[in-house]
Design a protein around this ligand. Structure first.
Ligand code: ZN
Length: 415
């Protein structure tokens, strides 16, 4: 395909035009000089990727600087600019050409590597995934369970040899599968590893976790600028080599929200898929949510509605001394002819079970005997009474409740 980038009227590119054309290279405009910006350099470097600075001076001349490029100041401005913009595959109006989704490679991004209990893959091959959540939500277990299943390289900045070794044993990981762990201590070590992986790409690179990686790179994991650098230097090169990347990341323990702080939003904007693990309270199920899905195949299996969408539940179970990690997929629940929320279905089942063991219970008995919010329990009692799943009798000013006909809730996989 031939992209016509040359400005036919001979006038110089304006900063606005150039920045528009470079916007897909993680462009960040300079706050002080509006005619200057940094972006992912388009030159080939001996090693890695670098952020370059582009600026237009008062005479309309473009200058470029990049630490990874040989000359500190690159000459031949307009032509170089034009060839770089051409590399972006944009047409003369700064648009990408139309694409056919039936032919697009992304649409065929294969799911695999980690599987739910219905046998369906949970990671897109060759893309960047963030799995984030508060401490104690099984993130590391999810990552470690991948070791036995794939050809993976694992950077451990979190748990150390003793804990990680014990967990791998508990998971029954074949010893030869666990031979590719590293805990890089310097920027150079990280660079060398990336270089090595680009030469001989493994299936998966797992990074546990993002803050540790940022620490070694002496960058701030909660600064958008610094996060962009980590994508440019480490994560994007791995993706370009076709490697699946899984990054584990913390949410602050006391944060009320389930999203990244404003300063760290680029983690989400730059990755392809973000997954959240959440536990509402101690003892409750650990729920897995999808919060971004550039491809869309995972969100089709998740609960309807806006992000975050529930994708399933993560749990550990022990059998014959071995621990296994299960990801139970989200299922649509049906009561009679009606679709109901999975959470309502679970609540109704526990109410029905409670009543079959404790007939003639008052509403307060049920509220005390069943886990759940009071208003949800009342609502569930009403629905069950209407459907005959619960028998409600008035005795004086009180109601007594007993189990009615069996609920027979049916569950279907989505997507
Ligand atoms: Zn460069």
């Amino acid at each position: 395909m031939n992209y016509l980038m040359t400005r036919t009227d001979g006038s110089p590119w304006t900063p606005k035009q150039v920045f528009f054309l470079l916007r897909h290279r993680n462009l960040v405009q300079d706050e002080i000089n509006p005619r200057s910006a940094s972006y992912e350099c388009l030159e080939e470097h001996a090693f890695g990727n670098f952020r370059a600075t582009i600026a237009r001076d008062s005479e309309g001349l473009w200058t470029f600087r990049c630490q990874g490029c040989r000359e500190s100041k690159l000459s031949d401005g307009p032509q170089r600019l034009e060839s770089w913009l051409n590399k972006l595959g944009l047409d003369g109006s700064g648009l990408r050409p139309h694409y056919n989704p039936m032919e697009a490679a992304d649409a065929q991004a294969e799911l695999g590597l980690l599987f739910d209990s219905a046998g369906r893959g949970l990671l897109y091959r060759g893309l960047i995934h963030f799995l984030y959540g508060k401490p104690g939500t099984l993130k590391s277990w999810v990552a470690l369970s991948l070791v036995g299943l794939s050809d993976c390289r694992f950077w451990d900045f979190e748990n150390g040899v003793a804990v990680t070794g014990a967990r791998l044993h508990a998971l029954g990981t074949p010893i030869e599968k666990a031979a590719y762990f590293d805990s890089p201590l310097t920027q150079d070590e990280i660079r060398s590893r990336v270089k090595q992986y680009l030469t001989e790409p493994p299936e998966v690179v797992i990074i546990d976790g993002f803050s540790g990686l940022a620490g070694v790179l002496e960058l701030d994991p909660d600064s958008n600028q610094d996060v962009l650098r980590i994508f440019t230097d480490v994560l994007v090169p791995l993706r370009r080599a076709g490697i699946t990347v899984l990054v584990l990341d913390h949410l602050p323990k006391d944060s009320g929200t389930e999203d990244y702080p404003i300063g760290a939003q680029s983690k989400k904007s730059q990755s392809d898929v973000t997954l959240l693990v959440r536990q509402v309270s101690r003892g409750a199920a650990i729920e897995l949510f999808i919060t971004k899905d550039r491809i869309g195949a995972l969100s089709q299996r998740a609960e309807d509605g806006p992000f975050p969408k529930k994708l399933g539940e993560v749990s550990l179970s022990e059998r014959q001394g071995l621990i296994s990690l299960t990801v139970a997929p989200y299922r649509n629940a049906r009561l009679g002819q009606n679709e109901i929320l999975q959470s309502s279905a679970a609540l109704m089942e526990s109410i029905w079970n409670y009543l079959s063991e404790n007939p003639d219970s008052t509403q307060t008995d049920i509220e005390n005997g069943v886990k759940g919010r009071r208003d949800n329990i009342r609502q569930a009692i009403d629905v069950m009474a209407q459907g005959g799943y619960l028998i409600r009798k008035q005795i004086g000013r009180m109601y007594s409740h007993s189990a009615g006909r069996p609920l027979g809730i049916e569950y279907d996989l989505k997507g």
